[in-house]
Structure formats: C-alpha cells, structure tokens
Write a protein of this length. Structure first.
Length: 131
C-alpha cells in the first residue's frame, strides 16, 4: 500500500512561477505608464498655471501702460518650473489691444501653450479721455 503524495510537484511549481511572472510584468508595465502620465500631467498643470499667471499680470496692468509693456522674450522661474514668455501686443484701435502670450517650458520646448485675448478701455471709464 502506497501513501498519498504530499506537497507540490516540480511542474506545478514552475507553472505557478510562470503565471506569477506574467502577472507581475503586466503590473510593472501599468505602473510605468501611470508614472509617465503623471509626469506629463505635472508639466501640463504647471504650464497652464504659468499661462494664467501671465494673463492675470496683463489683465491688471493699467490700460494706458500696455503700449509701453516690454514684448521681449523673458525667462521666469516659478518653483521648480522654468519657462520663457513671448508676448505680442497689437493696437487694434484707440481703445483696444490684442494680446497674445506664449509660454514655452524650458524642459520641453515642444510643449508650448498660448492664449490670446483683447483688452479694451470702457467708454464710461474715468481713465478714458475723449471717448
């Protein structure tokens, strides 16, 4: 009379290890994809925040000072994010300017972003002389 075998055979252990390695490789691939996406989202969020900051600066400038605002490319650091700003201010009339801001991250210049808006002087404004 033979006693029943206890434990696993070598083939069963090899099959289990192969299945485990396939699962772990799949999880590693997903983890890498999530990490890359997180890095990309970080740059996008910082670029959008820099663009909003630059637009707010130009929105707060007195209307009469817009014509003298420097349009030369400038580089800024906000935390660990460095970017260049290109600015175009075009007079579209006596009481209207078209402003275009381009933000270019220093780390990846291919991922630039821009915004274009108009600044107008309200006819009822006390700053408007002769409107």
């Amino acid at each position: 009379m033979s006693t029943p075998r206890k434990g696993f055979s070598l083939i069963e252990v090899l099959v289990a290890m192969t299945m485990l390695s396939v699962i772990l490789l799949s999880i590693a691939k997903i983890s890498i994809a999530i990490g890359v996406r997180a890095r990309t989202n970080d740059v996008v969020a910082k670029r959008a925040a820099a663009l909003q900051l630059e637009a707010n600066k130009l929105g707060a400038v007195p209307f009469a000072s817009l014509a003298t605002w420097s349009t030369a490319a400038q580089t800024f650091n906000k935390g660990n994010f460095q970017y260049s700003r290109r600015l175009t201010i075009t007079a579209a009339g006596a009481s209207r300017y078209q402003i275009k801001i381009v933000v270019i991250p220093s780390a990846d210049s291919a991922r630039k972003d821009s915004i274009m808006f108009d600044r107008t002087l309200s006819p009822g404004s006390p700053l408007c002389k002769g409107c």
